[in-house]
Every structure is written in C-alpha cells, then in structure tokens.
Design a protein around this ligand. Structure first.
Ligand code: XIL
Length: 358
C-alpha cells in the first residue's frame, strides 16, 4: 500500500514537471514583438498575484488598468482621490519593467454623475466644469507622474450613427460642445508636459466613424491642439473584421502625423447582432471556430506587422479567455473566447499564427 502511494506521488511529481516544462516552451509574446511595438494587456489589481501575475509579466510589456484608473475609481463627490488600487498596478509595472497606459481622463461613462454637478446637484456650466477638469487632471497626472507613459485623454467622444460628428448625449458635450475635446488635450499638456496624449475610441475601422474621427483630428490639428496619437480600441469580432479597412484607418491617422496604438483588442467569436429578447445563446468553442479565429488573428497581425513603424503599442483588453469583459457583455450568461490564450492560459492556434507559425 505504502509502495503504491509512493509510486503515485512520484508519478504526480513527474507529471507536474512535464506540465511546467511545456509551459516554459511557450514562447513569450512580448519577446516575439520586442523592437516592433509594445504588447499590452488590460488588468485588474487582483490578477497581479501568483501564477496569473507571472503569466502577465511573461507575456506582456505594457499594462492598462481595466477599471481602476477611471474617474469613478479615483474620484469621490467629496473631492477626495483614491489611488490605492491603481498604485498596486504602478508598483507591478515598475517591478517588471513594463509601460503603463493611463485610461482614461475625460469620458461620459464610468464618471460619477456628481462630477458634472455643483454641490446642490445642478449641472456645472462650461467654465466650472473646465475648472473641475483641470483640478482632476492635476491631481491624477501629478500623482502618477512619469510612471504613466501615455494617457487616453478623451475617450469615445464620436457619434456612432447619424450626420453629426460627436456623441451629443455626453455630459461633457452638453455642457461645453465639442470644445471640451480641445480643452482636455490643452489642459493635459499643461499639467503633464511629458505625457503622451491620445484620443481613444471604438469602431474606428468602420468607414463612417473613421471619417468622423479624421474630421475631428484635423480640426484639433488645425488649432494646434497637443495630441500625440490615436487609440483604436479594436473591439472586433471574427465575422465582420476587415483587414483592408484596418489598413485604411492606420493610413488615415498616420497621414495626420499621429502615432497609432491598438488599445483594447479582443476578437469575439459571436456575430455583432443578436436578438436581445432571447436568452443568451452560448457558442461552444469548436475546432471550426478556433480555426477561423486563428485565421482572422493572422490577418490582423499581418497588417500590424506591415505597419509596425506607425504603431507603438498593441494592447489586449484582458489577459486570457478567463479574464475578459466579454464573458457577460453584451449579453449576460454568455462566455466568449476572444484572445490568444484559453481559460487556462494555454496558447490557442491563434497564438501560433500571430507568432508567424502555421
Ligand atoms: C469596460 C471594462 O472592461 C468593464 O470591466 C467595465 O465594467 C466597463 O468598461 N471601452 C473602454 C473601456 O474604453 O474602458 C471599457 O472597459 C470597454 C469599452
């Protein structure tokens, strides 16, 4: 009996060693892209410990806070700031020699309603809101200082449809019109002259939204507004992704003299349209889906590699299929599989295609 137990323990140890050895053999993503562009991931502080922390440090050279550097995480209506969570990220990035993207300063979402109001709950007018904007940027950008490499200064200010350029229902737009965008960049440059400043949005490879973005960026450039680059969020899906439109978008932004970053990449296995009245339909991650996703990722990185001189960073909006906001969004009860690593952190066929292997 004892002998059997002993053999069992030895076998388990050998198996563990083999698994470890296999893990070691997986090439590091960041090592592969070194010298081309940074490879980033969006993370939350609880993920930075233990094996997940090691995994992050091994594969990614840049970090974005998925939530803990947004106004709702940092700012309270009583005017106090709370940096503990974000500071954990800063420490991790420092310890592991990683770059940090600041996300995000001026946004209609995940910003407390009180941010846009006076103490009596009345909406702030333009000048008062600009004063709050400056106060906020001063506190936040001073706090992080040079630990943050670049900031998403304005997030998602463009309209998704219609004839207008801007998202008019944003509280920023309602109080200030489109001028808040120029003001945000000017204020950010004044407060943090060393930071690289980005405009960040989704849907930018769709022609109508790209045209809106180009219009806005030209308008900013004409006024000499300090802006260094554009963040293409890259929340895509494997059914409608189009490499030609991606190339056109990179060209359009680079022609304006702007750096291009991919800031929130994920490639959903679900089609973009679904019936919201019906319960979530869960897709099984079949070989067929895996192959198609691998093919689409190969197409994406073929374009990115070809344009590496115009791109400084490519960030995934999560770490592996276990950690993605798409598990539950846009439909609850639905899991997604948008990344190069599966739920256990093992590389998927897409990973090897991205590394240029068949
Ligand atoms: C998302 C986070 O992933 C979620 O955890 C959170 O509940 C909502 O926000 N565009 C952005 C990101 O700029 O900040 C969003 O992140 C995803 C869409």
């Amino acid at each position: 009996m004892k002998k059997t137990a002993f053999i069992f323990v030895i076998l388990c140890a050998l198996l563990a060693l083999q698994v470890k050895a296999q893990e070691q053999e997986v090439p590091s993503l960041k090592a592969h892209f070194q010298g081309k562009f940074e490879i980033g991931a969006a993370v939350n502080p609880f993920q930075l410990r233990g094996e997940t922390g090691e995994f992050i440090a091994r594969h990614y050279s840049a970090l974005t806070a998925e939530n803990c550097m947004k106004p709702e995480a940092l700012w309270r209506p009583d005017g106090t700031f709370h940096f503990e969570q974000a500071d954990a990220l800063v420490r991790f990035a420092r310890e592991n020699g990683m770059k940090l993207r600041g996300h995000t300063l001026v946004w209609h979402s995940q910003t407390p309603r009180a941010f846009f109001q006076d103490e009596a709950g009345n909406p702030l007018e333009k000048d008062a809101l600009y004063a709050r904007m400056e106060e906020y940027m001063k506190a936040v950008m001073d706090h992080f200082g040079d630990d943050v490499w670049c900031w998403d200064v304005v997030n998602e200010a463009l309209a998704d449809w219609g004839d207008g350029v801007y998202r008019t229902q944003s509280p920023w737009f309602r109080a200030c019109g489109e001028d808040f965008i120029a003001q945000a960049f000017r204020t950010a440059r004044k407060v943090a002259p060393n930071a690289r400043l980005y405009y960040n949005d989704y849907g930018l490879i769709n022609p109508p939204k790209r045209e809106r973005a180009v219009k806005m960026l030209k308008w900013l450039k004409e006024q000499n507004v300090p802006i260094d680059g554009v963040g293409i969020q890259a929340h895509w899906n494997m059914h409608t992704f189009n490499p030609e439109e991606l190339q056109r978008t990179i060209d359009a932004f680079a022609e304006l003299g702007l750096d291009v970053q991919f800031t929130e990449m994920d490639l959903s296995v679900y089609p973009p349209r679904f019936d919201r009245s019906k319960p979530a339909e869960k897709l099984e991650y079949t070989q067929e889906i895996s192959d198609l996703q691998a093919e689409k990722y190969a197409q994406i990185f073929e374009v990115l590699n070809r344009n590496a001189d115009k791109i400084s960073c490519v960030t995934f909006w999560g770490i592996s299929d276990r950690f993605t906001w798409l598990n539950g969004f846009p439909q609850r009860g639905r899991t997604d599989h948008p990344f190069l690593f599966d739920r256990d952190g093992n590389p998927k066929p897409a990973f090897y295609r991205v590394l240029g292997e068949k």
